[in-house]
Design a protein around this ligand. Sequence first.
Ligand code: GLC
Length: 445
Amino acid sequence: MLVLAACGGGDDETTEEATDSGDTTADTTEETTDTADTTTDEAMDEEIVLRIFGGNVGQEKELTQAVADRFMAENPGIRIEVVETPDFVEDRLGTYLQLFEAQSPEGDVFQIDVIWPGDLAEHFVDLYEYGARDVAGDHFDAIIENNTVDGKLIGIPWFTDAGLLYYRTDLLEKYGYDGPPATWDELEEMAMTIQDGERAEGNQDFWGYVWQGNAYEGLTCDALEWIASNDGGSIVEPDGTISINNPEAAAIVDQAAGWVGTISPEGVTAFGEEDARNMWQAGNAAFMRNWPYAYSLGNADDSVIAGLFDVSPLPAGDSGAGAATLGGWQLAVSKYSEHPEEAAKLALFMASYDEQKYRAIQGSLNPTIKALYEDPEVLEAAPFFGSLYDVFINAVARPSTATAPQYSDVSAAFFNSVHSVLTGEQDASTAFEVLELDLQDILDK
Ligand code: GLC
């Protein structure tokens, strides 16, 4: 009964379950079958089904399934289904919003982006009412603060993210470079030299630099890094000032547009994280901008670049320092869940020390629990958690708090504007003049 009540949409599982119940009704005349079905029904009555709506970028789905299996082993009577959702943040948000608008109980635990608490708070329970008070202090304060809306903890931090520069140690050495580039200008020069050299040796598919250039949230992250590293602000400042229309921001976005078709493939303007990683992991790029998850995959047994790369902070522009965008994901419990108690228990289990440790070691997903950055096994699997600790704690936030509940619209206006510069439709100062007006409209200023 519980299973059926939780079903709302057209996946295979639902169809199967619906058919099963149909069978039961049709079987009423057959005594033997009837008895058997009653037993099953009783078993099902006791079983609680929890659905986790989560991501599938890199190894995410396998890792989530593994934690679900451990929880089920400890909690007989609860069955967990891991529901895969689209990779791109705005598509995933669309899937969630459909369920929330229908107040559907179909999802219990939702993996939510660090930029969503302000926009989505109304759909989630306050985890402080379900035991989170005891563990909140173990997590990075800034993330707890980010996830707190009107005093309610609407998501328990699960993993944090920051943009990194991946570079090929073997190729840097081959072309006589001592270390990764400190500035964007150096990156351009190194990427071009290595690209020319590798192509001359016969690899026509080789590119200098791959990153996220599609018109989506990932581009907001990459472009914010360029702009912040060039003293161009953070689109909308924490006090609500719309700052994007400034010469430093425009200059660096024009510079990035110059990478398209030179050190980066033309197709980079359609790249998401996984497109960049695929090219990089096939050994066809000298540099890549990506999140930490690409580290463990790049070093996996089947990776041709295993042991041949490292990560560093992203290069600096005129500010003299590189900037990393703050990313990361939280676990939230839907208000429309029929089992908020169990769902919250699951979310807290998934975000616990042991489970974050497992994900850090298996998937190089950055913990949000401070103590894990001193755990020797974690540091052995992902040494950069220690060496780049400052990058993680100083990451630049997107203006999601300052613009909530309009952040999604603000970001879409921004990434579309940047995208039009990358594809050569207009220069950045023209694009940002218009963008400023659009943001005034969206934010009603
Ligand atoms: C990563 C980040 C997330 C960001 C997304 C953009 O998943 O953790 O915060 O929004 O990338 O593609």
